[in-house]
Design a protein around this ligand. Structure first.
Ligand SMILES: Cc1cc2nc3c(=O)[nH]c(=O)nc-3n(C[C@H](O)[C@H](O)[C@H](O)COP(=O)(O)OP(=O)(O)OC[C@H]3O[C@@H](n4cnc5c(N)ncnc54)[C@H](O)[C@@H]3O)c2cc1C
Length: 482
């Protein structure tokens, strides 16, 4: 029998399980070790649960914000005193039971497909035991939930252990009223007054969702605006929508401590102000799961933030050890984790491999409206990292948007002067995550604004605005030669 390459993957999130599928297809003997369940945090606590919760919130907002304009009559025979300001409401216990059910089912589906592909799944905590042997192998020590320890020999190891919510010493979660984003699915009743600390993507998504579900929301941001890392025009639209819907958005307000006082929470701000609510959700970033795993003893270099340093084909500083996903700190996205994991396996197993290209990554903020982006950004253009022409078209002028009662949002495209090659774009709209795809294809394939402008779009459609923006950029190119 011929020699079979042995791969051990620590962590079964998108970085790990996608790598396992690829490696098994390429004929390797693969073992995936995960302490929580396949799908990882992405499926069990982060991406899948939050988007399932947001699916309910989305229906609420769409109905709430447009039913009157669209001529829908709501028969309401509740006595006036009991009548709430809102027309529809949610049963959060039911929503959360659905969230958990879907997450578990997804985790089982992934475990089944990884097993079907021929890989072995082991439940337990994995760690490296030290340097590479003279034969070029490594050992991964796995401690199972029952305390039984086994040692696996590997020709290559992929570390894809993800990250966990950052906790502040003076704002420790109690799982009841002071919560991380992994704990909110245990709530049976909607928080009446929710304070969300942190206005990055996670904070903004949860603030928007709970507001739509019916909570009174305060969003505490230490920065000048919400979503400081996103397109500034997009962030401004979202902040405006949040405020119009009644959210209390507190800019330049750093939360210093959070404490529970009876059935309420108190959030003390750095400037001395104190705000109170019934619940507080901490969304102040994530820290990599890189400690207690024998990484440094095995020659794996960590960065100052505790992330694993990797190159563009997912190699770490230790021969035979690769890393993928949030533990590398490259881009906290499931799609990027999966790509890093696949690249690692293609590289180690000698298949054709291209280096990770972050300039073609598309991502989305699942708020209402959604914010989808791909390629070079407004910040890249403003800082002259790339020379590009920019056109932004509000959705207000789009016929389909008018028919659907959509007022907020825009399409923005960036193209190279001269050639008109599309290098990036932003869509702020309902379902922007779906609308970004043609722009993503354009960026990935260096299509020109002329090519986008000339492709048919359905009339009337929101994607018509993408073609219209491309036409404006093309007209500008032909008119002034730029
Ligand atoms: C609230 C929220 C919403 C998000 N929404 C999106 C989204 O919509 N789209 C998107 O692309 N991204 C989203 N993300 C980001 C996405 O979830 C992460 O980028 C993704 O989970 C990273 O995958 P990963 O493979 O690195 O690790 P993870 O998914 O974190 O999985 C790592 C696994 O490794 C296990 N593990 C850790 N240490 C060990 C060990 N020593 N031994 C064994 N097992 C171990 C963990 O228990 C976990 O199961 C979201 C993140 C958050 C927080």
């Amino acid at each position: 029998m011929g020699y079979v390459t042995r791969i051990v993957i620590i962590g079964g999130g998108p970085g790990g399980y996608e790598a396992a599928l690829v490696a098994a297809q390429l004929g390797a003997e693969v073992t995936v070790v995960d302490r929580d369940g396949l799908g990882g945090a992405s499926v069990l606590t982060d991406c899948v649960p939050s988007k399932t919760l947001i699916a309910t919130a989305e229906v609420m907002t769409t109905f709430d914000s447009s039913y009157e304009e669209l001529g829908i009559i709501v028969a309401d025979d509740t006595p006036p005193l009991e009548r709430s300001a809102r027309v529809v409401g949610v049963d959060l216990g039911k929503v959360n039971r659905r969230v958990k059910r879907l997450a578990l089912a997804q985790s089982h589906d992934i475990a089944a497909s990884v097993t079907r592909a021929g890989a072995t799944v082991l439940r337990g905590h994995g760690r490296l035991t030290g340097p590479q042997t003279a034969e070029g192998t490594r050992t991964v020590r796995v401690e199972g939930p029952d305390g039984v320890v086994q040692e696996l020999t590997a020709d290559a190891v992929l570390v894809a252990t993800g990250a966990r919510p950052r906790e502040l010493e003076d704002a420790l979660p109690d799982g009841e009223r002071i919560l991380t984003w992994t704990q909110v699915y245990d709530l049976d009743e909607l928080p009446e007054e929710l304070i969300v600390v942190g206005s990055g993507v996670t904070g903004a998504e949860f603030a928007g969702a709970y507001q739509a579900l019916g909570s009174t929301v305060t969003l505490v941001s230490s920065r000048d605006r919400v979503l400081p890392g996103e397109d500034p025009d997009a962030a401004a639209v979202l902040e405006d929508v949040f405020r119009r819907r009644g959210m209390n958005v507190m800019a330049r307000s750093r939360a210093q401590s959070v404490k529970r006082v009876g059935d309420r929470v108190e959030v003390a701000l750095a400037d001395g102000r104190v705000i109170t609510g019934t619940h507080c959700l901490m969304a102040v970033g994530a820290i990599p799961n890189s400690s207690g795993m024998g990484l440094e003893e095995s020659g794996v270099k960590l960065t100052g933030s505790g992330h694993i340093w990797t190159d563009k084909v997912s190699r770490t500083s230790a021969p035979g050890v690769y890393a993928a996903g949030d533990v590398t700190g490259v881009f906290a996205l499931a799609s990027v984790a999966a790509m890093q994991g696949r690249i690692a396996m293609y590289h180690f197993l000698g298949d054709a491999v291209g280096p990770l290209n972050l300039k073609t990554v598309s991502s989305n903020v699942f708020t209402d409206p959604e914010i989808a982006t791909v390629g070079y950004t407004q910040a890249d253009v403003d800082s002259k990292r790339i020379e590009a022409n920019v056109v932004k078209l509000p959705l207000l002028r789009n016929p389909r948007a008018k028919m659907q009662g959509i007022r907020d949002g825009f399409v923005k495209l960036f193209c190279r002067p001269g050639t008109g090659i599309v290098v990036g774009g932003v869509v702020v709209a309902p379902k922007a995550s779906e609308l970004i795809h043609p722009i993503s294809i354009a960026v990935d394939n260096s299509l020109t604004v002329e090519q986008i402008a000339n492709a048919f779009t359905v009339y009337p459609s929101l994607s018509g605005s993408i073609a219209e923006v491309a036409r404006q950029l093309y007209n500008r190119k032909t008119a002034d030669g730029s």
